[in-house]
Design a binder for this molecule. Structure first.
Ligand code: LLP
Length: 426
């Protein structure tokens, strides 16, 4: 459920007309609903707690939507943060996420980032390889602390909506094998700069079938039991994120309470504290990208192009993963639907959001909303083609705030420097 609805013939976000925001801020623009973000977080937490999970750590995957105001909206509900860089840790801290609810994940953390994370006092570093464990141990010893570590395991289970976002197979770069995990865990217990507290997994994203998750979690349960049988204490089991959302063209994902019931069943009696790293399921349907129709270009041979002022640099998912985003006119006109190829202004064919999509009649100047764009939307935007970075707006009821303004062209140019050799007069 989300808070983008047609009222009186036009699309609103909560109690604010999307057209009013577009008029004030211009387009393209991302718009997020506070109520939807809050609802999704609460639904997941209530489902987990209702299923019997005691005090779950729900660490929002910052990569899905790193906007600091979005993070603060979730932090105020008690969310933690799953981070993968110093930048994301800094964002989470700036948003008011307590360090003891921050998880630091990622395949290639630098020594500087690990040192930063230890100084910040993050709850857990999810270690993905033996070299990383050794570096963290050295940094911990230098600082006189024992860094809390969870070993990220690759459970060798296939899942996820697209090959580019499946992470749980043994040939993916993520995590260590079960055998290696047992060895590394035991090794970490004897290191002075780290302290093994648990194990972690994350098998992929946009998962719409609970079976692969259940299989992976069951394997993780076995691992916890084997570690304990070897005399190694395990306090934490981090089950990652990955739960899918409805994008309209895919099977409906499992409801949060089905997910929670499965988690409770698989982990029952294990006596570990559970952590989760959801991104998409909290943020995707809490955001839209609003674009303006620039031209309608009809080819005599038949194709009809809807040229928008948003492009692949603003929303790359269709170009990168062939992702489907539902497109809705903000003020729908009456009339027959007809097929459009929806494209942006960027100079490559990949800048096509969709082909042959049936849409109601549209005219230049009309606004359209890309739905389900609150996760991995603005987060993956760029300035390609020297287009200004897309702004972001957060709505709460009748109020809205620009939480990341559109930069000016001067801002864009002022980041660059001319080399000294151009200063010499010829
Ligand atoms: N934890 C870890 C370790 C992750 O790598 C990810 C996502 C998450 C949690 C959050 O997963 P979620 O709950 O959002 O599925 N850019 C792609 C998605 C990449 C996901 C990467 N890892 C997309 O636009 O579909």
């Amino acid at each position: 459920m989300n808070h983008f609805e047609l009222k009186g013939g036009e699309l609103w976000c909560e109690d604010t007309k999307l057209s009013r925001i577009a008029e004030t801020v211009g387009t393209p623009v991302y718009i997020y609903s506070s109520a939807t973000l809050e609802r999704h977080f609460n639904v997941l937490r209530d489902a987990l707690v209702g299923a019997g999970v005691v005090e779950p750590l729900i660490a929002f995957a910052v990569k899905a939507n790193p906007n600091v105001a979005v993070l603060r909206t979730l932090a105020r509900l008690g969310a933690g943060a799953d981070t993968v860089s110093e930048g994301e840790i800094r964002r989470a801290l700036a948003a008011g996420v307590p360090a003891d609810r921050i998880v630091f994940s990622g395949v290639g953390k630098t020594a500087e980032e690990l040192a930063f994370a230890l100084e910040a006092g993050v709850a857990e570093v999810n270690v993905e390889s033996e070299p990383e464990l050794e570096i963290l141990d050295r940094i911990g010893r230098e600082k006189g602390v024992r860094a809390a570590v969870a070993i990220r395991v690759n459970p060798d289970v296939a899942a996820g909506g697209h090959a580019k976002i499946a992470t749980g197979k043994a040939d993916n770069k993520f995590g260590v094998s079960f055998a290696e995990a047992e060895r590394l865990y035991a090794r970490a217990m004897n290191m002075a700069g780290v302290r093994a507290i648990g194990v972690a997994c994350h098998i992929g994203s946009q998962i719409t079938d609970l079976r692969p998750m259940e299989e992976a979690f069951f394997k993780m349960r076995g691992l916890v039991q084997r570690l304990r049988a070897a005399g190694l204490p395990v306090e934490r089991l981090d089950l990652g994120g990955g739960l899918g959302v409805p994008y309209f063209n895919q099977p409906d994902p499992p409801a949060p309470d089905e997910y929670a019931a499965m988690v409770a069943r698989v982990t029952s009696g294990l006596d570990v504290s559970l952590a989760f790293e959801p991104g998409r399921m909290i943020a995707a349907n809490a955001g839209v990208l609003i674009a303006k129709v620039l031209h309608i270009h009809e080819r005599p041979e038949g194709r009809r192009f809807l040229v928008l002022d948003a492009a692949m640099n603003d929303l790359i998912r269709p170009a990168m993963y062939d992702a489907y985003h539902h497109i809705r006119p903000v003020e729908p006109r009456a009339g027959e639907v007809g097929p459009y190829d929806v494209v942006g202004p960027i100079c490559e064919t990949g800048d096509t959001f969709t082909r042959d999509r049936d849409l109601p009649p549209l005219e230049p100047g009309d606004l359209v909303a890309f739905m389900s764009a609150g996760a991995y939307g603005a987060a993956m935007s760029s300035e390609y083609n020297s287009r200004l970075l897309v702004p972001e707006v957060l709505v709460r009821g009748e109020q809205f705030a620009v939480v990341r303004p559109r930069p000016t062209y001067d801002d864009m140019l002022s980041r660059e420097r001319m080399p000294v050799w151009f200063e010499d007069p010829q």
